[in-house]
Design a protein around this ligand. Structure first.
Ligand code: UTP
Length: 162
């Protein structure tokens, strides 16, 4: 059994009705926490746990998530011309985090269905699921800890919050 965990699914296609009206046009996954959108913190946690390939599940009205992780040649050109090196590095870092693929969940049929949308992306490989709107905090990287338990037990493992 392959126990190398290099893939992650990040469901981020929900309507976010609990946060309305804030989330009508702005995905909750894009809400800022300090200087980054929530979903960037989530992706960084996955990368820190050894994940290299990520499928983010979005809906048609959540393109801003994809835009955040996609190269923007025009913006990069403007920053380069203005000699804004630090700002340029910051946006380039986002593009280099991991191989990120975007899958559209056409109908919002729930979290389980969102995960199923990445079936072909995952194939027979072990994988992690991180919610695009949930930041885990504490000294331990939660995903890394889950991966370690999986390597020992070779069983599905999940984290819950009190
Ligand atoms: P939530 O339970 O927070 O659902 O989903 P929601 O629809 O986003 O929000 P509420 O309940 O209406 O306020 C947990 C995670 O699963 C994703 C969400 O985007 C969120 O990151 N999700 C949920 C999907 O990707 N697809 C779905 O159909 C439902």
């Amino acid at each position: 059994m392959n126990t190398k965990v290099s893939k992650a699914i990040i469901p981020a296609a929900g309507f976010g009705t609990r946060f309305l009206p804030l989330t009508k046009a702005q995905p909750k996954e894009m809400l800022p926490v300090v200087n980054k959108p929530t979903i960037q913190w989530v992706i960084e946690e996955a990368v820190d746990a050894g994940i290299t390939d990520i499928a983010v599940i979005i809906s048609e009205h959540k393109q801003s998530i994809q835009n955040h992780f996609t190269l923007d040649n025009k913006l990069e050109g403007v920053l380069l011309k203005a000699n804004k090196k630090e700002e340029l590095e910051k946006i380039q870092e986002v593009n280099k985090l991991a191989n990120i693929e975007f899958i559209i969940q056409k109908e919002q049929k729930g979290l389980g269905h969102a995960v199923l949308c990445a079936r072909d992306f995952i194939g027979d490989n072990p994988f992690t699921v991180l919610l695009g709107d949930t930041i885990c905090y504490g000294s331990l990287n939660c995903t890394k800890a889950l991966v370690e338990i999986f390597k020992k037990t070779k069983k599905s493992v999940f984290a819950v919050e009190e």
